[in-house]
Design a protein around this ligand. Structure first.
Ligand code: SAM
Ligand code: ZN
Length: 299
């Protein structure tokens, strides 16, 4: 699949925050993700890209970094992230497509992408874009939805589910919603220039009745104990991975330019209202504190 033609799951106008998270009985999922992230991500660094950050639910976990790129395709989500996080100058809000990342090559020493790749019809293309934005040695924490989970295996064996959880091909259970096989994900990460160092198996207790019956803090404590089993047996619905960017290509310094031109890859000049390509083939707006790379402006 060509990177230019990949469909995006569009959250413009979405009520994801209020309809999926707030008051929706998902404290267990939220807390277990924080446990995994704290175990995998270096607590501090120079510049981290939070890709598909949504309304910034997890962005507050990145407070040890000098600069945090809060990037999402949805302007609605970014406006909510601004309200959620405040106008701390360490946060840079960017509207962009992960398949066309405007981040300069090697400009970040870490990246986080959780609950996003399950929307990607061409996961390998997205991973290549992330790798290009990272410096060699950088850490990439990636969460993905695991098709080879215990519930899917049981349903398959009981003939209540047609698709095979052991087959490495992604399964699209709803349009633009994919579950992935752990082996396929590891292979794609390797092909993109990453080595997977650690895996955390999360959310084994993601069952409504269990969540209602057992105190959340107990479920989270049990989840914390189980998470390290992801290194050898990831059979949970959600998997967090820590990946190291390999390679020795020369890169821009981490305090160098953040953005690159989406047309030619050249550096962009920031004049306060727009970012402009030095080669004259692209200009993008900065509106209400958001660098908007969803469409170039003419003139
Ligand atoms: C399920 S939400 C998760 C948000 C956040 N990571 C969280 O866990 O709370 C998926 C997010 O990915 C974003 N997204 C999906 N495809 C994208 C793409 N191609 N480029 C940038 N963002 C994308 C959506 O706009 C949405 O905010
Ligand atoms: Zn250019």
């Amino acid at each position: 699949m060509n990177e230019t033609s990949v469909p995006v799951c569009d959250y413009e106008g979405s009520r994801y925050r209020t309809e999926f998270w707030e008051g929706q009985g998902r404290d267990y999922e939220d807390l277990t993700e924080r446990v995994a992230l704290r175990a995998l991500l270096p607590p501090c660094g120079r510049r981290i890209a939070h890709l598909g950050a949504g309304f910034g639910r997890m962005t507050g976990e990145l407070g040890g970094y000098d600069q945090v790129i809060v990037l999402d395709y949805s302007r609605t989500m970014l406006r909510e992230a601004q309200a959620h996080l405040g106008r701390d100058p360490r946060y840079i809000f960017v509207a962009a497509d992960i398949y066309h990342l405007p981040l300069a090559d090697g400009s970040c020493d870490a990246a986080l992408m959780e609950r996003v790749i399950h929307h990607m019809a061409d996961a390998p293309a997205a991973l290549r874009q992330v790798r290009a934005a990272l410096a060699p040695g950088a850490t990439f924490v990636l969460e993905y939805a695991n098709k080879r989970n215990l519930k899917a295996i049981a349903r398959y064996w009981l003939k209540r589910q047609a698709w095979d959880p052991f087959n490495p091909a992604p399964v699209e259970f709803v349009a633009l919603n994919f579950d992935f096989h752990p082996d396929a994900m590891e292979n794609w990460l390797r092909a993109a220039g990453f080595v997977t160092e650690r895996q955390r198996a999360l959310s084994y207790f993601r069952l409504g009745a269990l969540k209602r019956a057992v105190p959340t803090r107990l479920l989270v404590a049990l989840d914390r104990l189980l998470q390290p089993t992801g290194d050898w047996a990831p059979y949970s619905p959600s998997v967090f991975t820590r990946n190291r960017a390999v390679g020795s290509e020369p890169v821009a310094a981490l305090d160098g330019p953040l953005f690159k031109c989406l047309s030619c890859g050249g550096p962009l000049h920031d004049d306060g209202e727009t970012v402009v390509c030095a080669n004259g083939d692209g200009r993008w707006a900065i509106r209400d504190g958001i660098y908007d790379f969803k469409e170039a402006i003419s003139g």
